[in-house]
Structure formats: C-alpha cells, structure tokens
Design a protein around this ligand. Structure first.
Ligand SMILES: *Cc1c(COP(=O)(O)O)cnc(C)c1O
Length: 417
C-alpha cells in the first residue's frame, strides 16, 4: 500500500502532482509520502500488539531527519550502526533510551559517544568488542547494557550481499561463543547482559527463517537462564522484504503472528529493527529523460539520475519498476534506462518495456525509499540530490540539493603546490 497513484494519467504523491514538484525543484529528487511512512510504521506496530516490544527503526535504510522525527513521534526507537547515525537520531529528537547500536566495527570514540548519550544497549558482535566496551564504561564510570548478537546460521534465501545470519558471514557470534561471551560478561564490572540479538539478512520474503532463528535464540536464552544469567530482551533484527517486482513477502501481520507464536508465553521484551519494510515503498526517485538513442542491439534511455543516486540496481542487480509521470502514450519501447556516469554498470533498469519516451519526459523509479539516498555518493562529482516529503497537498524539501561548493567542502591545496 502506498500513496503514489495516477489521477487522469498524471502521477500524484498524495495530493501533489509529481510534475509540480519537478518544476519547482528540478530533477532528479527523492520523494517520500508522509501518509505512506506513517501507515507502514503503524501497521508494523499493530502487528505486535499484545507482545511487549520496541520497534527500533533501522537508520541506515533512510536516515533523513524528518523521517526519523516522524517515526520518533509514532513511538519508534532506532537501530544505529555508527556514531554518525547516533548523531542523526539525537538531532531528530529521539530519546537515547530507545536507541540500540549494532555493527561489527564500533570504534572507541563511537562507543564513548554512545555511552555518554545513554543509549538503551549495544548489540555486541565479538569478544574484543565486549572487552573494549567494558573498559570504556569503566573509564566513564558507567554500566553498559549489552545484547550479544548471535549468528544463528539460518539461510534467509536472499541476495548473498544482504544475507547476514550464515556461518560464513562476518556478523555476530556463533551460538557457543555467544553463550561463552555471556558468562565472561557476567564477571565484568561495567557491562550488564540484558539481551540476545540477531539479524539474519535483508529482503527476506518468507517467515520461516525468522521463526528458525527465534527458536534457536530461545534455546540459548533458556541455557543461559539455567546458568543464572537472566535475559530481558530478544532482538530479532529486521529484514522483512517488500514487493519490488513479483515477490510476495508476508504481510507484517503474518510476520507478527509467526514471531509472537514462536515466542510463546514469555516475559521477554521483543526488539524489532525493521528498515526496508517501513520506508521502501514510501519513496520514489524522480528523474528526467536527457536523451534517447538507438543502439545496434537495444535502445537506451539516458536519464539525469545515475548509480551514484541509486546504487541498488548496479550493486545488487536489484529490480525497481520504472513508470512514466504522465501516462499519455500507447506505444512502448524496450530499453535500458541508464545514467550519465562513465561506467557500463551505471543503469537503473535493464531490458524494460516502458511507455515511449522523449527527451524532457519525467520517469519515476519506484520503491526507492530504502537504501536509496542513504547509499548515494558524489561519484563523478555529482552533487547529491534533494529529498522531499509530501504531506497531503503540501511538499517540503527535507534535504536541499547539494551545490558545487558542497562538493569541495573541506578540500584544500597544500602550500607546496
Ligand atoms: C540493516 C539492518 C537492519 C534493517 O534491515 P532491513 O532489511 O532494512 O529491515 C536491521 N538490523 C541490523 C542489525 C541491520 O544491519
């Protein structure tokens, strides 16, 4: 369900014609629907009614301050993976006691920043990290709440780059090591083990791998309790998939039911770290056709957005639907939709049957709200594009387009040149 739809063959975001925004701000740009973001968050939250839980929205999927503020107001917490994301969360007004901190490579300064800020807990991924957090907390005279992130060794059945809960992945500790780390931590003076966490991967389109992972973690928690370590939080991570093309992922209700059932009678508080399922289909990328050209074997539509703006097609061979902003022609063409970057891997879509287009026409890349802007870069010295949020019949630029000056910010030419 989303609020990008056609009225009289013109695409609207809620009550705003997409072409009006393009005229006002220029292209390309990311466009988010406030109603869709809220609806997705509330739907997910309702799916866990009746189970004590905290939703910690995954900041890396969409870290715009306005998006974070919206979820904060709806009761969300955050899952962060860097000091930069912590800064964003706090700037957005998120109470620190709703923030959990994941990631295999937390730096000492980041750990101190998080301890000083008073976050809810660290999801710890190695013995060395455990020791470092204990040392940092001792120095700051604090007690760090921690969860051990386990690698449950379940196959999420997704793209290898976004599967994270297999034995060969760098994430978490295997079950045995996690139990060992918990016992070790019990003897440390400045950490307290309060949870077990996991995150098996992203764009997972079945409930079974989540249920498997949850069962394995429950077993671990029972073993720990038997040895006198009591656990309060079970963090099942994020990873629920969305429909980009023809996938049919479970509805959040089905996911919520499966997880609640697998949890059973329990005094544990669930933590969930959804990203994509909340924001993915709440955002689009709007781009303008610069040129069209006929190749020997196929046609090319060259647009003003590129892989630096949306890297998912190039990086994961991800599919994103491409739609016209104005549906006004019957003829179709078969083409690759490519950007201006000097790489053959710079494409947004391949071999697509789309409505016939000409230079100046607007196209929309659908489902671009997750891992879109956050993965964008300045490659080819392209200023990063604006992010715009629509609410009802108004739009607001929630991140301005970068300027050429922004591109060289912090650079300097040394005196010997
Ligand atoms: C990326 C990530 C998430 C969010 O994943 P989605 O697939 O976007 O739901 C949650 N938790 C952790 C630890 C992550 O790294």
């Amino acid at each position: 369900m989303h609020h990008f739809h056609y009225r009289d063959n013109h695409m609207f975001c809620e009550d705003v014609p997409v072409s009006d925004i393009a005229e006002n701000t220029g292209t390309p740009f990311y466009l988010y629907s406030h109603a869709t973001l809220s609806h997705h968050f509330v739907t997910f939250q309702k799916a866990f009614e009746g189970v004590p839980h905290l939703i910690c929205f995954s900041v890396k999927s969409n870290s715009n301050l306005a998006v974070l503020r919206l979820f904060c107001d709806l009761g969300s917490g955050l899952d962060i993976v860097s000091g930069g994301e912590l800064f964003r969360g706090l700037q957005a007004g998120m109470p620190p006691d709703r923030i959990v901190y994941s990631g295999v490579g937390k730096r000492e300064d980041e750990i101190e920043y998080a301890l000083q800020s008073g976050i809810l807990m660290f999801n710890i991924e190695s013995f060395q990290e455990l020791e470092l957090i204990n040392r940092c907390a001792a120095r700051l005279n604090k007690k760090a709440s921690i969860a051990l992130r386990v690698n449950p060794d379940v196959d999420p059945g997704t793209h290898p780059y976004i599967s994270t809960g297999l034995r060969q992945n760098k994430f978490g500790l295997d079950m045995k090591s996690a139990a060992e780390a918990c016992r070790l931590a019990a003897d440390f003076s400045h950490v307290e083990v309060v949870g077990i966490s996991c995150h098996i991967g992203s764009q997972v389109t079945e409930v079974a791998p989540f249920v498997d992972a949850l069962h394995r973690i429950k077993e671990l928690i029972m073993t720990l309790e038997a040895s006198g370590i009591s656990i309060s939080y079970l963090n099942i991570g994020g990873g629920l998939g969305i429909t980009y093309d023809r996938e049919s992922p479970p509805h959040p209700n089905e996911y919520g039911r499966a997880i609640s059932d697998a949890l059973g009678e329990s005094s544990l508080t669930l933590i969930l770290e959804p990203g994509r399922v909340i924001v993915g289909n709440a955002g689009i990328l709007v781009t303008k056709v610069l040129y069209t050209k006929k190749g020997k074997s196929k046609d090319f539509v060259i647009v003003d957005a590129a892989m630096n703006d949306l890297v998912r097609p190039s990086f994961y061979e991800a599919y994103h639907a491409v739609e016209p902003v104005v549906r006004d022609k019957k003829e179709t063409i078969n083409a690759d939709i490519v950007g201006p970057i000097c790489e053959s891997g710079d494409f947004l879509a391949k071999d697509r049957n789309i409505q016939y287009v000409e230079a100046g026409d607007l196209l929309v890349v659908m489902s671009a709200g997750a891992y879109g802007f956050t993965m964008s870069s300045n490659y080819n010295s392209r200023p990063r594009i604006p992010e715009i949020m629509v609410k009802e019949d108004k739009f607001h630029i929630v991140r301005a387009r970068e300027s050429h000056e922004d591109l060289i910010k912090g650079e300097s030419i040394p005196p010997f040149l």
